[in-house]
Design a protein around this ligand. Structure first.
Ligand SMILES: *[C@@H]1O[C@H](CO)[C@@H](O)[C@H](O)[C@H]1NC(C)=O
Ligand SMILES: *[C@@H]1O[C@H](CO)[C@@H](O)[C@H](O)[C@H]1NC(C)=O
Length: 246
């Protein structure tokens, strides 16, 4: 995977700004302010307990977490889709990098907009760039989100996995999960649904939520036989419970 430098993004943005009429929103990643948390190897240590998940009102599909918060992550990646014979897209998994923003709740202005900042930068990256890279984002890369064959042997299940990144040697530093519920993003159908999921395997978390989604949905229709597509998205992921600390 090639990563992508912010300097490159900046050049791109300047070029885009001079061509397009509406000014691009600011996209440079604010560095973690000093005092945010004690830097550990690969992690900003802090008590993420102050980070409060706010679920959309007027829905019952997602319910409040019951376990203690363990991690708040910024996801930057792709939602994948295949075209069905019916001419509509079906979900075919996702892949994303997971950055540690557990301490960022101490700086609400950045915490509340980090998914927008990341999405703007991510969309500017050229199509051949598969990851923004940890150094571009400025927050520790804790792990990856991807899909694996479900334990039943049929279908695929979402996984959040720190084993290749921040928890090398910890065999249980992942969670394979099943969906509990979904609800339309408060920002509308241009952004993928907010989700609640529960642990099926692994010790990284017992409950997982996807919120603050930006981008990711498939087009309404496709031409049967056309190739699979990937759609860029960002979101927050909230991991509760679990016994793995990195
Ligand atoms: C989704 O697409 C990405 C980007 O092309 C790819 O790296 C990844 O393997 C795909 N994942 C699945 C489950 O198809
Ligand atoms: C949940 O997801 C399904 C499948 O994508 C969709 O049909 C349904 O409308 C969603 N539910 C809500 C409340 O958005």
């Amino acid at each position: 995977m090639s990563s992508f430098s912010l300097a490159g993004l900046f050049t791109l943005a300047l070029a885009a700004t001079s061509m397009a009429a509406p000014a691009l929103p600011s996209f440079s990643f604010p560095k973690p302010p000093s005092g945010l948390g004690k830097p550990l190897a690969g992690r900003l240590a802090c008590d993420p307990g102050a980070a409060k998940l706010v679920l959309p009102t007027g829905q019952t599909a997602l319910t409040a977490p019951t376990d203690a918060i363990s991690y708040v992550l910024l996801g930057v990646g792709f939602q994948n889709y295949t075209c069905t014979d019916a001419g509509t897209y079906a979900s075919a998994g996702a892949v994303a990098d997971l950055f540690d923003i557990s301490c960022l709740n101490k700086v609400p202005a950045i915490f509340n907009s980090i998914q927008d900042i990341a999405y703007t930068a991510w969309k500017l990256a050229p199509a051949n760039v598969k990851t923004l890279g940890a150094s571009a984002v400025g927050y520790p890369l804790l792990g990856q989100h991807f899909f694996a064959t479900s334990p039943s042997g049929t279908g695929i299940s979402p996984v959040w996995d720190f084993r290749a990144t921040s928890a090398k040697g910890k065999a249980d530093a992942f969670v394979l999960a099943a969906k509990v519920g979904n609800t339309t993003a408060p920002t509308g159908a241009k952004d993928v649904d907010w989700l609640q999921l529960k642990n099926v395997q692994g010790s990284l978390a017992t409950q997982i939520y996807r919120t603050d989604t930006r981008g990711g949905p498939a087009p309404a229709t496709c031409k049967p036989g056309s190739a699979p597509i990937t759609v860029k998205y960002t979101s927050k992921y909230w991991l509760y419970g679990g016994s793995v600390k990195v």
